[in-house]
Design a protein around this ligand. Structure first.
Ligand SMILES: CC(C)(COP(=O)(O)OP(=O)(O)OC[C@H]1O[C@@H](n2cnc3c(N)ncnc32)[C@H](O)[C@@H]1OP(=O)(O)O)[C@@H](O)C(=O)NCCC(=O)NCCS
Length: 184
């Protein structure tokens, strides 16, 4: 089965899609073009001849320290120390790419497409860093999908959303880029 990746544009005919989640289906089928036109989110689909197998939607974002206000000052300090060894470089916000949405059709789940999409986004983040810095990939992960993001090496900001339906997770690009630099 040949699958091709295309960017959603106004003229794109989006093929049928069902990942089992109404909101995620609706975003692709009814909202993604508007988000594209308004420059709010860029969406890519993976499709075969008859249907959409997967899609993801990303945009520029920032991770703000004030988003961690539920943590104690010490906990924030420790978190930052772990991320940035140089205290002088501690900032109020950090550049990021946000995965707004990511979904695989019911028939195509557990076949490696999710991993392929995360790898694609990491590759993009690495390339973006050549022109414009970006430290994190962020996602508000559905509870049922956190195991997937854990496998992809994403981490939690805190345990405070442990029992929530959605959990905030991040992937730090820095070690990935450092390994790349060492191998150059
Ligand atoms: C969650 C989702 C994105 C995963 O994509 P996928 O293509 O099915 O996952 P992959 O086949 O690439 O799996 C990669 C690894 O993650 C694991 N994995 C996949 N989904 C998982 C889940 N829900 N929980 C725990 N682990 C999961 C796989 O077993 C695999 O592990 P392995 O490398 O040890 O074999 C996909 O199932 C999906 O779209 N689900 C419905 C919509 C959704 O929840 N979207 C996320 C919104 S935040």
């Amino acid at each position: 089965m040949e699958i091709r990746k295309i960017k959603v544009e106004n003229s794109t005919i989006i093929k049928p899609f069902d990942c089992g989640d109404d909101d995620l289906n609706e975003f692709l089928l009814e909202k993604s073009k508007n988000y594209q036109q308004e420059l709010l989110a860029t969406t890519f689909v993976f499709e075969d001849k008859t249907k959409t197998c997967a899609y993801y939607s990303i945009f520029n974002d920032s991770f703000r320290i004030k988003d961690l206000s539920f943590l104690s000052k010490n906990a924030i300090k420790n978190f930052l120390r772990q991320l940035l060894p140089h205290p002088k470089r501690h900032l109020k916000s950090y550049p990021a790419i946000k995965i707004g949405r990511l979904a695989i059709s019911k028939q195509a789940q557990q076949l490696g497409l999710g991993r392929k999409i995360i790898d694609t986004i990491i590759d993009y983040a690495i390339r973006q860093n050549e022109q414009c810095a970006c430290k994190f990939i962020l996602v508000d992960a559905y509870k049922d999908a956190v195991g997937f993001y854990e496998k992809m090496q994403f981490e939690y900001f805190s345990d405070s959303d442990l029992n929530d339906e959605i959990r905030q997770m991040y992937l730090d690009i820095t070690p990935i880029i450092n390994v790349k630099r060492e191998n150059m």
